[in-house]
Design a protein around this ligand. Sequence first.
Ligand SMILES: Cc1cc2nc3c(=O)[nH]c(=O)nc-3n(C[C@H](O)[C@H](O)[C@H](O)COP(=O)(O)O)c2cc1C
Length: 110
Amino acid sequence: MAVDQRTRKSRLGNPTGGLSGPAIKPITLRLVWESSKAVQIPVVGLGGIETAADVLDYILMGATAVQVGTASFSDPRASERLADDVRMAFFDANLFAINELRGNFLPEIG
Ligand SMILES: Cc1cc2nc3c(=O)[nH]c(=O)nc-3n(C[C@H](O)[C@H](O)[C@H](O)COP(=O)(O)O)c2cc1C
């Protein structure tokens, strides 16, 4: 929610709204991790994806694909840019296939 103290009215029409973007990534990353362990179907990761590192985080947690929402509002070509950046990130990490990363998260600290 968001309120205008001067008018005492909601800044949102409903008057509530959904939360998206980087603020939700720690939560959605956990949900993708838990979901991908629980089901035998592909899981799409999303929530706060802005960089190639975000994409790799979701793949590591078990995502087969990712979706970009909020970042597209500030940069309509975000998905296009990320496709290139992810390719470079894989190259930099000496990874050749998504299978080398997907679901290989190690839950130990460090
Ligand atoms: C303006 C806006 C509209 C959305 N509309 C829908 C929708 O109609 N159906 C849906 O399943 N999710 C909708 N979402 C949620 C997104 O699909 C996504 O789950 C969420 O925004 C998290 O990803 P993000 O942090 O990349 O935005 C919407 C999100 C935003 C910001």
